[in-house]
Write a protein that binds this ligand. Structure first.
Ligand code: AKB
Length: 319
């Protein structure tokens, strides 16, 4: 990785990946791009910023040529809950955007990281210890785009030799930027509301278990996979990865250890509950561990402690 382009760089993962890659490869080697304009507060954090709408192939081309990009972290996407509200847009952004990136990667010989998701599985997938290779019949448009994306990336690898790699991300928990439009977003919102108001109303049922991961592990997974020796990779798109699996009741219990008067209420949103119910409880990530040494550093306990410490500073609250 010499010159790196991040698409969707102002999103939840992108805004932290910029700094992570900048520290590792040099700030001037990381080109952040998005359809949103860069917030003033991020000027010091971002080395170079370019406007790119991934639906416009020319915009991607000109940045690839200008900076001699050899690696693309393609993060621009519409997530699960937002996708159900506008399936046409989700298909367009997630598929046409990816297609544009892959075509350019083919021509300019770029490596491509594209995140897949636990959403690439569906109701007929085994829910516990979900295998690396198993039934993938999702029933959300986001899930459909993730399965299609996995297959498309594998196709570009086998047909054209494009170095495509990906992981199936669980819900990502972080304090720097808010997620947007996902079903796992409750696991971030809860921390903000717990610290600000000492109460949170959860849109998922108390017992809904889902795979989750703290951002430092998510960044490590993406970058370690891209740095892995290609001869060791038995899979390309995409590897199961997980760090922790918990439900809203368990997360609330962990937060109460720090904020004893925290109150958790439930007002289940049928759409997001149906999405969550169609996803696995916990993935089996043995293949990632064996092929490229994946292991997470944070479990529920360690993640909660760090989230509360970091958010207390960010929100300037004491509990
Ligand atoms: C979502 O909830 O849509 C995402 C995901 C699991 O891919 N966080």
């Amino acid at each position: 990785m010499k010159n790196i382009l991040i698409t969707g760089a102002l999103g939840q993962i992108g805004s932290e990946l910029i700094t992570f890659l900048g520290k590792r490869y040099g700030k001037e080697k990381v080109i952040a791009s998005d359809i949103k304009s860069m917030p003033e507060g991020m000027i010091n954090q971002i080395g170079i910023f370019e406007y790119i709408d991934c639906l416009d192939a020319q915009e991607i081309y000109s940045v690839i040529k200008k900076y001699r990009i050899d690696t693309i972290f393609h993060l621009a996407a519409v997530l699960s809950s937002a996708g159900e509200k506008n399936p046409q847009l989700a298909w367009k952004v997630n598929i046409n955007g990816l297609y544009n990136v892959l075509e350019i990667a083919r021509e300019y010989k770029c490596a491509v990281f594209t995140p897949s998701s636990i959403a690439a599985f569906g109701p007929s997938t085994p829910k516990d210890n979900t295998p690396q290779e198993t039934i993938q019949r999702p029933n959300t448009i986001y899930g459909l785009t993730k399965v299609t994306g996995e297959l498309l990336c594998d196709y570009y690898y086998s047909k054209y030799g494009v170095d495509t790699r990906g992981v199936r991300f669980p819900g990502i928990i972080s304090y720097a930027a808010l997620p947007g439009g996902g079903t796992t977003d409750y696991a971030v919102e809860i921390f903000y509301d717990a610290l600000k108001y000492k109460k949170y109303t959860c849109f998922l049922d108390k017992n809904t278990s889902l795979d989750m991961m703290y951002m430092p592990d998510g960044l490590k997974a993406a970058v370690n996979l891209m740095e892995a020796d290609p001869s060791r990779l038995k899979h390309r798109n995409a590897y199961n990865v997980t760090a922790e699996s918990f439900n809203p009741g368990q997360l609330s219990g962990e937060i109460k250890k720090y904020i004893p008067d925290f109150e958790m209420n439930y007002d289940v949103d049928p759409m997001r509950q149906a999405i969550a119910d169609s996803w696995p409880n916990r993935l089996d990530d043995t293949a990632a561990r064996e092929d490229w040494g994946w292991f997470p550093d944070y479990d529920l306990k360690a993640m909660t402690k760090d989230m509360i410490e970091k958010l207390k500073v960010k929100l300037q609250v004491s509990v």
